[in-house]
Ligand binder design. Structure first.
Ligand SMILES: [Zn+2]
Ligand SMILES: [Zn+2]
Length: 476
């Protein structure tokens, strides 16, 4: 392993790994020493719990919002301040969704410099860390979803994925490694990272206070509503992508991991709610693929493209998207299929001689042979929709023709029901053909099975069904 320096001037040397990634090195002086045990190596106790808490994060995401909420008691909300707060909320939210997430973490499109500066500034107003730090964690979240290396794994609980991972200190060694060399090459990202505290104080608190103060004299209201409380709303909304989007909704593309699609999450997160799609197609600039689904982040990026401010919007082919959707549907069908009784598989049935079959039927067991498969209909005789006499007349005989149109062309449902009564396969010539017929659907002779290896029996494809109605035989 070679030790190479990052592309950032002044950054400490980073170790390169076989997978091409390097250790995440903070650009500012770090207090963390990887050789010393980390606080997370010790269990939380009454004596050390306060060492486990990340007090800086807790101040930003819990204490300051609480102070903001309490101060609303003394600070009346003016309507101009309310409108500006909503406007600023959407802008700082877009900074995170269109900027931090879709532009930098996933490179799902390219943006011109003015758009990048706007997104970096508005993202800082959301107070969620720098682009570089945020994207590094987010790439680890995609690479190691739901595992120990996922920084905000929902498997550790909804509250942990929402806020717990920031309130409690994290062992930097735990988070999975990711490649952020592209971000280290982006001067906007590097500048914002190095000047993050200044950026965030200016954009999150000073700018809204100045706008409301100079605009209509509401200095305190601007600070409390457009500043503090707006930060709190943006944070809680975007945190929902880590929690709610991994907990609530459907999984139309893959259900092996936790990401889910739900309109409520989309409404809360400026369109980041189609998260099952997003984890399958992370570099697609869209989250919602239907025009009627709520994805204002997508609409914003698309508008920038029309204005010449964004380009190279990445989009997966519809063919690939539909393949994923179909495979997940198939999986659901398979799961439903396994819950049903399709009868004992033919290869597990005993092979019975014709003479033994006839003898058993004479002994009073209601055995009927159809297409070489022996069925025990003893308990069904009195329920036979065609009456007792017709079914009884077939006992101990080859009833293939009778069942397949000789007397009555039985329904698909009748063939299905019959298969649940099968008890054996008749010896001689035909059983091999029977197995072939039931097992092989394609001309190449490949078994058609579902994802759990169960044979698929389609309507009209049961082993007891003879495609060409045979001559009426002895029933005529
Ligand atoms: Zn996710
Ligand atoms: Zn993502």
């Amino acid at each position: 392993m070679a030790s190479t320096s990052t592309n950032v001037p002044g950054a400490p040397a980073a170790q390169a790994f076989n997978d091409g990634t390097k250790d995440y090195k903070p650009l500012r002086a770090a207090k963390y020493d990887p050789k010393k045990p980390h606080i997370t190596d010790f269990p939380v106790t009454l004596d050390n719990w306060y060492n486990h808490v990340n007090w800086l994060n807790t101040t930003f995401i819990i204490f300051i919002p609480l102070i903001g909420m309490i101060s609303t008691y003394w600070v009346p909300l003016q309507w101009k301040t309310a409108l500006f707060s909503i406007f600023y909320y959407f802008n700082s939210g877009i900074g995170i969704t269109a900027g931090y997430h879709r532009l930098w973490a996933h490179s799902s499109y390219k943006a011109s410099l003015p758009v990048k500066i706007y997104l970096a500034a508005m993202g800082a107003a959301a107070v969620e860390g720098s682009i570089r730090w945020w994207s590094r964690d987010h790439r680890a979240h995609h690479r190691y979803t739901d595992t120990e290396k996922d920084p905000y794994s929902v498997r550790k609980g909804l509250l942990y994925s929402h806020i717990g991972w920031m309130v409690m200190k994290q062992n930097p060694k735990r988070i999975g490694r990711t490649d952020i060399s592209d971000l280290n090459d982006d001067p906007v990202v590097v500048w914002q990272h190095k000047n993050f505290i200044k950026c965030t104080v200016v954009m999150a608190l000073i700018v809204p206070t100045l706008v409301c103060g100079f605009g209509w004299g509401d200095w305190v209201g601007g600070y409390v509503y457009a500043g503090i409380l707006r930060i709190c709303f943006v944070q809680q909304a975007t945190f929902c992508v880590n929690s709610l989007a991994h907990w609530l909704g459907d999984q139309p593309f893959d259900d092996r991991n936790s990401p889910r699609d739900h309109v409520v999450t989309a409404l809360v997160t400026l369109g980041e709610g189609y998260h099952n799609f997003h984890h399958e197609f992370p570099s697609d600039y869209r989250n919602a693929i239907e025009w009627w689904q709520y994805d204002p982040t997508k609409w914003t990026i698309w508008t920038w493209k029309k204005l010449g401010l964004a380009y190279d919007l990445k989009q997966f082919r519809q063919n690939e998207i539909e393949k994923g959707r179909l495979q997940q549907l198939q999986k659901k069908l398979d799961q439903k299929r396994t819950k049903l009784d399709w009868g004992i598989p033919l290869e597990q049935l005993p092979v019975i001689d014709w003479d033994d079959y006839v003898a058993e039927a004479k002994n009073g067991r209601g055995l009927v042979s159809i297409a070489g498969v022996i069925h025990d209909v003893t308990d069904f005789i009195k329920e036979h929709p065609g009456g007792k006499a017709l079914i009884s007349s077939a006992i101990g005989k080859d009833a293939t023709a009778i069942f397949n149109g000789g007397v009555y062309e039985h329904s698909n449902a009748a063939h299905n029901l019959l298969s649940t009564m099968r008890v054996g396969v008749l010896r001689g010539g035909c059983e091999v053909e029977i197995w072939k017929r039931s097992n092989m659907e394609s001309k190449e002779g490949a078994f058609v099975t579902d994802s759990s290896g169960q044979r698929i029996v389609r309507a009209g494809d049961q082993v007891t069904r003879i495609a060409q109605p045979v001559a009426a035989g002895n029933a005529a």
